[in-house]
Write a protein that binds this ligand. Sequence first.
Ligand code: DAH
Length: 346
Amino acid sequence: MDKTIDLEQLKQKAQQEISQAKNSQDIENIRIGLLGRKGALTDILRSLSQLPIDQRKEVGQKANTLRKELEELFDSKIKEIDNLVISEKLVKEKIDISLPSYPFETGHYHPLRQTLDEIAGIFESIGFSKAEGPEIETEWYNFEALNIPKNHPARDVQDTFYMKKPAKNEKRLLRTHTSPVQIHVMEKQKPPLRIIAPGRVFRNEATDASHSAVFYQLEGLAVDEKITFADLKGTLTLFINRFFGKNVGVRFRPSHYQFTEPSADLDIQCTICGGKGCNICKNTGWLEMLGCGMVHPNVLRAVKYDPEKYTGYAFGLGIDRLCMFKYGIDDIRLFYENNLQFLEQF
Ligand code: DAH
């Protein structure tokens, strides 16, 4: 039997099998079949000693060369299979980086905050600066210093939330308006001054479409020598026209507030019907926007300003109300219910 021919056949068969191998397990099986303990090539190598001397050397060399070739073939096939696995994986896990991304969900400002910022921005642009005061007040700041005496109906427990425990024998309450900030500012600063004070206020009353126990106001105050009602009218008219973005009809109607004298309410021509009359303006053609007036001398005295030397004007507006008129919202409760369908419209 010619071992050289055996080797040649073995080589061809191995090359064919290796080229058809699909995975590393196939390769291992082929390798065992050839080079394992009972492998075909191992067999030939083992039986070399039984060959005649002259053939032994030639066949031995060829068998060893074949073993080396086969080992190289196994190695390169394994590499090929590994690469195939990786590239299949890459194809499967491919990410298309040219696809547009999902849009980011960004938060946005609450309509009340937007309105507050807008109102404050208008006043800041004409020289007013922002002031703040506490939400928990004493009767002095919320009432007395504002010329609201003991028996005034605004002090009625029905309107005011009182705290259970007084501080240092003083009754404490949740402020019912932002007017007490006027007192805090004037106690700390001397005229001339021009401030606005936006903030949250509280009233102990039943909630409905136009009432909320918690709402927002913005207070304004200007004190200097020779300030007149004309300054008040000019400033507020400018504010209204800027806020509604057009010249809306404005009127000042006599009114009463304890802390101003004279006092007025500012009405604007109904933004919904243009003054013709509709259910929003209750067929009057006018909408009440804010309260205002010249600072009462008693208020100036309470903060030790000389009413003979200084005069001033003040105003207070409801931020919720202005927001409702601007956007045609008919229920104040919508601002406080965290209903995203409503809020996301702004
Ligand atoms: N504090 C008043 C209220 O809550 C609003 C107000 C009216 C404020 C007239 C003022 C003012 O400063 O002059 O109803």
